[in-house]
Design a protein around this ligand. Structure first.
Ligand code: IRN
Ligand code: FE2
Length: 525
């Protein structure tokens, strides 16, 4: 693999916006240059400029030609000097509660408003608003003090909807550099966070390699590594083994942990009458432990200790949904909701220790049952961000589950879910490969952006409108460059259109509605 990875986007350049509270802040974004609109009136050609469009950029230093990237050395440590000035226990939440706007908070405020400042669009997202949302627990900035390479981002219902990519090897597939390659690939296509779900060999080394080279927050499910340590025997797990694994991963710089703390001994049997039992890996492992020992889970019993560890490193907790439904038949059942209610209880305990937290959600849910999920989460979880896996709205399309799930993800995103965990076409079938990561990420960018549009997020429609204008004016390159996957749209266009003209092969020259529509302007009424 090439040790110096570059990310490029056609017709675009990397630009930085400066902070005002912290003038040293440089917030990276992508500026898409557009060509002018050309009109011919009375035989005269006129050209009108089209303003550039700013695009939220998750590619970090990889798309900055002035920064050298080297997988062996890792990325520049963007946040190091900010972190150095802080004391132990100064989590984003602790500082927010004390009324302090951190560098990370101003950074995300600038980042969320890409197009607003330039175009004079009023946005509710100010640094002070970010602070108040973090203080209230309604938003999370996952940023371990030992992951200074990460560019701050925010997860919360009042911000742009985010997407998470899952990667990671298993006992049978993939090596370390392949995982780093997938990580960077995810960042290229717009993945906001990345979870390393490795379970096979070299877990520690693979994670280290990813962390040092990843410009977005990295999450893990620490139970997977603890489970490896006891050679796959759930009953041999202990709190001490789990605790040491947590500390090991905190030290490395993991930004958030999925921990299935919401599983109570009394609720495990609720999953027995289901069509598909338990489908969560982490959830099934801790449930097995509970049943074998007939004891309350150590994740639940030691929740306060877990929070103390996370507070020390400012690691966020993603309360895992171990009892999520694995089929539309099981959606919204007693087991699922009992766990959600427990998570609502736990999230307040995390906040009491200034640990940021969010709540994981399903899974497989038919469309008519999606809204109830969001409503119950809001009711029971005190405004903590919701982070869902899809949900898949039908079970019958293995091979296409990026689509079945993005339908549910779009709906639940619109209702208020803050982050959507991607699902790839390989879900239920195999570990995703590089191209599946691209398909999954782009599919989820569609869901997230559709939700932003429906929610009326300030400036969210600027890119759509610019693309539509380009499409209507036959500015093909601008249309492609503004799209979520410029390479694919260009490739599809190229394969059947030999020349760049005022029509495409879909309609041919005579049936092009846009062309006919343009000619209407010239008609006398
Ligand atoms: C997201 C929402 N619900 C579950 N997830 C993701 O599923 C979670 O973030 C992690 O990436 C994965 C955990 O899977 P198990 O261990 O629950 O199967
Ligand atoms: Fe599933």
């Amino acid at each position: 693999m090439n040790k110096d990875i570059r990310i490029t986007y056609p017709g675009s350049e990397k630009v930085y916006m400066q902070g005002s509270i912290y003038p040293d802040l440089k917030v990276g974004m992508r500026r898409v240059r557009l060509t002018p609109t050309v009109e011919i009136k009375d035989g005269k050609k006129t050209m009108t400029e089209n303003a550039p469009v700013y695009v939220y950029d998750t590619s970090g230093p990889y798309s900055d030609p002035d920064i050298e990237t080297d997988l062996e050395k890792g990325l520049p440590r963007l946040r190091q000097s900010w972190i150095d000035a802080r004391k132990e226990g100064d989590t984003q939440m602790a500082l927010a509660k004390r009324g302090i706007i951190t560098q990370e908070m101003e950074y995300v405020a600038i980042r969320e408003n890409m197009n607003c400042a330039e175009l004079g669009i009023k946005s509710h997202v100010t640094p002070e608003f970010v602070r108040s949302e973090v203080a209230a627990g309604r938003a999370v900035i996952p940023a371990n003090i030992n992951h200074p390479e990460t560019e701050p981002m925010i997860i919360g219902t009042n911000f742009l909807v985010k997407i998470n990519t899952n990667i990671g090897n298993s006992a049978t597939t993939s090596d370390m550099d392949e995982e780093v390659e997938k990580a960077v690939w995810s960042c290229k296509w717009g993945g906001d966070t990345l979870m390393d779900l490795s379970t096979g060999k070299n877990i520690h080394e693979t994670r280290e390699r990813i962390l040092r080279n990843c410009p977005v927050p990295v999450g893990t499910v620490p139970m997977y590594q603890a489970f490896e340590k006891v050679k796959g025997k759930a009953e041999d797990l202990t709190w001490e083994i789990f605790r040491d694994t947590l500390i090991e991963q905190c030290e490395q710089g993991v930004d958030y942990f999925t921990i299935h703390c919401g599983i109570r001994l009394k609720n495990v049997p609720l999953s027995q009458g289901r069509l598909t039992g338990m489908v969560s890996r982490g959830g099934s492992i801790i449930s097995k432990w509970c049943m074998v020992h007939n004891e309350e889970s150590f994740l639940y019993a030691h929740f306060d200790d877990i929070c103390d560890i996370c507070a020390k490193y400012d690691v966020a907790i993603s309360l895992g949904d171990g009892l999520r439904p694995g089929s539309t038949y099981d959606a919204n059942d007693a087991a699922q909701f009992a766990e959600l209610d427990t998570m609502g209880e736990l999230v307040e305990r995390a906040w009491a220790k200034n640990v940021q937290a969010f709540i994981e959600g399903p899974g497989h849910v038919p469309m008519n049952k999606i809204k109830a999920n969001m409503e119950r989460q809001i009711e029971k979880c005190h405004g903590a961000p919701f982070y869902t896996l899809g949900p898949l709205v039908t079970d019958i399309a293995p091979g296409y589950d990026h689509i079945t799930s993005s339908i549910g993800a779009s709906m639940i995103g619109w209702y208020g879910t803050a982050m959507l965990c991607y699902v790839t076409p390989k879900e239920h079938l195999a570990l995703p490969e590089k191209d599946d990561v691209r398909t999954g990420v782009v599919t989820y960018k569609i869901a997230a952006h559709a939700a932003d549009l429906a929610k009326g997020f300030p400036g969210a429609d600027i890119r759509d409108n610019a693309l539509s204008k380009a499409r209507y004016e036959f500015r093909w390159k601008d249309q492609f460059n503004l799209s979520l996957d410029p390479e694919r749209s260009l490739e599809y266009y190229r394969t059947s259109n030999k020349t760049e003209g005022e029509f495409c092969t879909m309609c041919g020259p005579n049936f092009c509605a846009a062309r006919i529509s343009h000619s209407l302007k010239d008609c006398d009424r």
